[in-house]
Design a protein around this ligand. Structure first.
Ligand SMILES: [Zn+2]
Length: 144
């Protein structure tokens, strides 16, 4: 029995009988919630909370923020602003790690296809990593 379920289902249009009310009362009396039970309730509440982010709700949010209510509505960044934003980005110090990541992502995005050394198929480099090369099903050296 889970009293924390949304009440849109089975109880619609019905009422608890006195008997079942009494049972519920007794069930609650004298019972302390274990930590485990509390965690479960907390979990289920988290779930319910997430449920409220329905498509409809998100749409409403988006409507509320668009149009006249959006401070950017009808405005565009001026060239000056764009320049400032761009300068800010340029001015950010990049760690060697960041630079490597950017270089890697550029390399993958702009990658040409390459031939798999095992099956000879021509595949994009990022696909090569996932499906070919050492992982190629034609690669017999892995012993699979
Ligand atoms: Zn292959």
């Amino acid at each position: 029995m889970n009293t924390h379920e949304p009440k849109r289902h089975s109880m619609t249009g019905r009422t608890h009988t006195d008997e079942s009310k009494e049972k519920m009362r007794l069930a609650k009396l004298g019972k302390r919630l274990s930590d485990d039970h509390k965690a479960k309730i907390s979990e289920s509440k988290t779930g319910v909370y997430r449920d409220t982010f329905s498509d409809e709700w998100i749409e409403n949010l988006s409507k509320a923020k668009s149009g006249d209510k959006n401070p950017m509505s009808g405005k565009h960044h001026s060239d000056e602003t764009k320049k400032k934003i761009s300068e800010q980005k340029i001015g950010k110090p990049r760690t060697p790690e960041t630079i490597a990541k950017i270089a890697e992502s550029k390399r993958i995005k702009s990658s040409e296809k390459m031939a798999c050394m095992h099956c000879g198929k021509s595949v994009a480099t990022n696909m090569m990593k996932r499906w070919h090369g050492d992982k190629c099903k034609m690669n017999l050296t892995t012993g699979k």
